[in-house]
Design a protein around this ligand. Structure first.
Ligand SMILES: NC(=O)C1=CN([C@@H]2O[C@H](COP(=O)(O)OP(=O)(O)OC[C@H]3O[C@@H](n4cnc5c(N)ncnc54)[C@H](O)[C@@H]3O)[C@@H](O)[C@H]2O)C=CC1
Ligand SMILES: O=C(O)[C@@H]1CCC=N1
Length: 270
């Protein structure tokens, strides 16, 4: 039995706990820490998982998953430093924070694996990218990969690619939700009832995602198959091109990457 403690049970921490339970982990294998007692009580009531202090989490858990905001990392590392050693495995889900930060602040030799997951882990469809720090062995990477495979797909990337990964798949679900939201608004503009617009767009998204996930055709081919000569779709595509939607996406994702780099730089002091 591998015991996993999530340090900071907010949106992604809860998604991980929920996803692991959904995947068949027992509540006895899971712990969390949470600085807001009412949030801790809410999670224990919802999932039956115990909220504990950091020292107890470090004592009982094999894997400590840090899921606080990057801006909140300093107190977490200060609390962890006296209670972890090289037998622990620290997994960071924090955007921008390099494994080197953990290695500087924690006792020598503590293995750290940096992961960028995303929220679809609640439905077992996460995309997670893992990168080992200096003291993490292939066995540590395999353990983290195995853990996250229960809640979605996992790839290993060099840590130098993690800021780009964060901008693409870490934030990626938000871009799709934004697009869906805007398309539902378009349905409202055209006079459809909201429930009808939602059903049309959500099922179109699910269908398109399934076709993409099958991977038999490139996205360009799939789009071309919808775009009939002198038909309706090409009129819409002309408007998307006129409004620079492709360039907007390139700029948007680059801006997200830049923010990830900036979050890491905020801790470059030592
Ligand atoms: N939300 C997302 O889609 C994703 C988030 N991440 C990363 O996950 C981390 C958490 O993000 P969210 O869950 O969105 O943030 P959040 O703000 O929802 O959750 C953070 C939680 O940590 C708790 N916390 C803060 N300091 C603490 C401490 N010292 N001890 C115990 N609990 C503490 C907060 O009370 C809060 O519940 C961030 O570093 C983010 O970059 C990574 C991938 C996706
Ligand atoms: O917006 C954020 O900073 C976090 C990291 C990736 C997704 N959400």
């Amino acid at each position: 039995m591998t015991t996993i403690a999530v340090l900071g049970a907010g949106k992604i921490g809860e998604a991980l706990l929920a996803g692991l339970l959904q995947a068949g982990r027992s509540v006895q294998e899971l712990l969390f820490t949470e600085r807001h007692p009412e949030r801790a009580a809410e999670l224990t009531a919802r999932y039956g998982v115990a909220g504990v202090e950091v020292d107890e989490a470090a004592k009982r858990a094999d894997v400590l998953v840090v899921a606080v905001k990057p801006q909140d990392i300093d107190p977490v590392l200060a609390e962890l430093a006296p209670v972890v050693d090289s037998a622990s495995l620290v997994v960071s889900l924090c955007a921008g924070l390099p494994t080197a930060l953990y290695e500087r602040r924690l006792p020598a030799g503590v293995p750290v694996v940096r992961v960028m997951p995303n929220t679809p882990m609640v439905v077992g469809e996460a995309m997670s990218a893992v990168s080992p720090g200096t003291h993490a062995t292939p066995e540590h990477v395999a353990l983290v990969t195995d853990l996250l495979s229960a809640v979605g797909q996992v790839i290993e990337v060099p840590e130098s690619q993690q800021d780009a990964v964060t901008a693409l798949s870490g934030s990626g679900p938000a871009y799709f939700f934004y697009l869906v939201e805007a398309m539902i608004d378009a349905g409202i503009l055209l006079g459809l009832p909201r429930a009808v617009a939602e059903k049309l767009i959500v099922q179109s998204a699910v269908g398109a995602a399934k076709m993409l996930a099958e991977g038999t055709e490139h996205p360009v081919i799939l789009r071309e198959a919808v775009t009939s000569p002198a038909g309706t779709t090409i009129n819409a595509i002309r408007e998307l091109e006129k409004h620079g939607v492709r360039a907007a996406l390139l700029d948007a994702i680059e801006a997200a990457r830049d923010r990830s780099v900036e979050l890491g730089k905020a801790h470059e002091e030592e």
